[in-house]
Design a protein around this ligand. Sequence first.
Ligand code: NDP
Ligand code: OXD
Length: 330
Amino acid sequence: MRDVDTDAVCELDDARPGDLLVIKSGGRKAFVQWQAAFAEVAPGLDVRRWGDPALDPSAITHALVWDPEPGALARLPSLRVIFGAGAGVDAIITDPELPLHIPLVRMGVDGAAQRMGEYVCWAALGLLRNQRRLALSQAAAKWDYFEPEFTAPERVVGIMGLGVMGTRSAVMLQGLGFPVIGWSRTEKSVPGVRSYVGDAGLDGFLAAADILVVLLPATEATRGLIAAPLLAKVKPGTGLVHAGRGTQLVVDDVVAALEAGQLGGAVIDVFEPEPLAADSPLWAHPKITVTPHCASLPSRRERAVYVADAMAAHRRGEELPNLYDHARGY
Ligand code: NDP
Ligand code: OXD
């Protein structure tokens, strides 16, 4: 990942005349913020709203999108690069007509990993100190004195997905005193973090963790992974922090595991579908903290710098950063 300087203004001298970026991320209000961010960091760039009726589709060279309508990207004949508005691009790659020959860049802003690390540390400490119980007691004006059972050095955090988000979270958790282990598809060497690999390493990993943190991408292999068979293998009372994707979680199984005490508590940021329905039982569950897919949301300005910087590098013939790999699925 590139270490983006968010104070930088991109080099515009080499802006290719005719570059035109369309944006579909966050709706109309957000578009105004995107426009302001690009006007500041890349004032030479023509930035338009996705679906602008005045726009000739053949003029569009770049697209920055979260969830384009299926087939829409395939109808842009001059498109050179697709930028995902987030690190996870599952709402883009599910398009059956996605033009596979066009590079798809995942958002790789440095501040995103920092924010995710903060969220994971907050959630792990919240589970350690039973934050949900404290919040419910406060709401009921109840002086519910209890002593936390463990300190951070006594709880092993197991991170599922030791990529950009997982690695930074591991380092930050270690800073709080948590021992950390990780599970990934290929072996990793993060200082102090034992690496468990693939199917063969999963059971040992699950048996060693006291708090599970899910930071996996949405792929066929990870769909429905956090379900009864996996939850049967964790230690009784394990904490769950889920910030990967909602498709990975079988909600009924998680609730059953919480009720049986197999899980001690959960902090969940991502759901399928989003937003989480108002009548979902998860909202009021006494062992679940719900957050609205806000674990890591870098500012539009940071993301505008990243995109403009990548566009400038591409024009100079350099490689695009953080490319989505269609074979791997992330
Ligand atoms: P990376 O691609 O950097 O890392 C993904 C990690 O998952 C890698 O370590 C990879 O292993 C591992 N992995 C993938 N598939 C498997 C598998 N089948 N079995 C075991 N390990 C697997 O992604 P990021 O860290 O940038 O982001 C991860 C995900 O986090 C995103 O896809 C998104 O879903 C979610 N996210 C959520 C946010 C939020 O606000 N809630 C914000 C940002 C991201 P290997 O390295 O060996 O290939
Ligand atoms: C995500 C993101 O992928 O916000 O969830 O980056």
